[in-house]
Design a protein around this ligand. Structure first.
Ligand SMILES: Nc1nc2c(ncn2[C@@H]2O[C@H](COP(=O)(O)OP(=O)(O)O)[C@@H](O)[C@H]2O)c(=O)[nH]1
Ligand SMILES: [Mg+2]
Length: 448
């Protein structure tokens, strides 16, 4: 199955600067992407102005013309351009080329804009080409990379869909939040560079926590509102009878208690009340207590002893209600505490995995170079160039050293990161037990 694809004659703008200078997506370009029904390989290119990015992308498209080259560049074409072409080798794939415009262009310099374009290019692509002329422009790379943790942070935060509530339980809300949080943290962890001292990750944790708190707060308010309106509805006939003085007769107290009981159980059988159900009921019935007492003392069908017994019974019921309301709150509190713990562990686990992966990749890279040099050295020896082979030994030793160092520094790197995250997170996640010791041991034990 080859699937539907598109072949564009020329590139179109995908991300542009609108009149306020804000970046936005070009709808018609999204329409083109929508038509593609194949696997896509997305290659984007970043790098400084006039380093041949567009030229390179045109080559990848197999064309001489396409993305506008140097001289034809216009300041309004800042943004990201897209060109969808058939993949040169895989028939059931479409190659989506993304060319970035105007990065690091001092004349039209806008660093913030550049960082956004850079971050988007990273996030949108499956392969990123960093294009540079001559030697790698470390300065430019640093400049482009350094703020990207920050940009990725905003991007991760913009991801979560707004979720509207009333949830029946705190648990439901917590589960929605957990899914969103995991995703936001993954986007951040997998795409950020150079997040020194986990500064931006902690910021992400904090902001997500604040967002969750806000959503919980809204959920409480919604629950409160919903419960109050249900109470008003269900207890209305009883209120009516109180106002009419219907209970102020001999035998009226028993009737009152009975009506109260029926209304209470009807209220409790209703759905859609949320996390404040018992609290709101408790408050309402608490306010009714003095009316109950008045009805009781006016009820002449009861002896004084019977009245005392009824008053005792009412107190017991009130305290049972209070316990229920407290229990309800405890469940919520416990859940919130568990949520904070989960937030912390989710962040730490993803961070540790990232450190692990980075370290593994660095070691593999050292090893790849090392193996190549060893082979070269071996070839030289075989060909009798002993001197040159000997000269290579220093470089080989340095590579071995670098590889060993990478292995060695990992445990301390991990425990420092754990320490930082644990200590800082405890400030805005007061419910967590950082278990730093345990987690370090757990993570480190995986390493050996
Ligand atoms: N001869 C030659 N010219 C190139 C090469 N790469 C770029 N150029 C030229 O350098 C200029 C700037 O390249 P361009 O792709 O527009 O740079 P960009 O700003 O990074 O997109 C253009 O005039 C290109 O034709 C290359 O590899 N060889
Ligand atoms: Mg260009």
């Amino acid at each position: 199955m080859a699937g539907q694809t598109v072949s564009m004659k020329e590139p179109v703008c995908l991300i542009e600067n609108d009149s306020d200078g804000k970046l936005c997506v070009v709808r018609s370009a999204l329409g083109i992407l929508d038509q593609i029904d194949q696997h896509v390989v997305v290659v984007s290119v970043v790098g400084l102005y006039r380093t041949g990015k567009s030229y390179l992308m045109n080559k990848l498209a197999g064309e001489k013309k396409g993305f506008a080259l140097g001289a034809t560049i216009q300041s309004k074409t800042k943004g990201i351009w897209m060109w969808c072409v058939p993949h040169p080798e895989k028939r059931d794939h479409t190659l989506v080329l993304l060319d970035t415009e105007g990065l690091g262009d001092v004349e039209k310099g806008d660093e913030k804009n550049d960082n956004w374009i850079f971050s988007l290019a990273v996030l949108l692509s499956s392969t990123l080409v960093y294009n540079s002329m001559g030697t790698i422009d470390n300065n430019a790379l640093e400049k482009l990379q350094y703020p990207s943790a920050e940009s990725i942070l905003s991007y991760s935060l913009n991801q979560p869909a707004v979720y509207c509530v009333v949830t029946e339980t705190q648990e439901e809300l917590s589960e929605v939040h957990a899914v969103m949080e995991k995703e936001a943290v993954a986007i951040f962890i997998n795409n950020s560079f150079k997040d020194e001292d986990q500064k931006y990750q902690l910021e992400l944790m904090k902001v997500l926590q604040e967002a969750y708190d806000k959503i919980c707060e809204r959920n409480y308010k919604e629950s409160q509102k919903s419960c109050e309106s249900k109470i008003q509805c269900i207890f209305d006939p009883l209120e009516e009878k109180i106002r009419a003085g219907s209970y102020m007769t001999p035998g009226g107290y028993k009737e009152y208690c009975n009506d109260l009981k029926l209304a209470t159980s009807e209220y409790r059988s209703e759905g859609g009340r949320g996390v404040k159900a018992e609290e709101v009921l408790n408050e309402y019935l608490g306010r009714k207590a003095s009316i109950g007492e008045a009805i009781l003392s006016a009820d002449q069908s009861l002896t004084e002893a019977e009245q005392r017994a009824e008053a005792e019974q009412a107190k017991r019921e009130a305290s049972e209600r209070e316990n229920r309301a407290m229990e309800e709150q405890l469940v919520v509190q416990e859940r919130l505490r568990a949520d904070q713990q989960r937030t912390y562990e989710e962040n730490v686990n993803q961070l540790m995995e990232r450190i692990e992966r980075d370290s593994r990749n660095a070691i593999a890279e050292h090893d790849r170079v090392l193996q190549a040099r060893l082979k070269e050295q071996n070839d030289l020896l075989r060909q009798g160039f002993d001197d040159r082979a000997h000269q290579m030994q220093r470089e080989i030793d340095a590579l071995k050293g670098a590889k060993a160092q990478e292995e060695e520094k990992k445990p301390s790197f991990m425990s420092t990161a754990l320490d930082t995250v644990g200590t800082a997170a405890a400030l805005f996640l007061p419910g967590i037990i950082p278990k730093v010791g345990g987690m370090v041991v757990n993570w480190l034990s995986k390493l050996f």
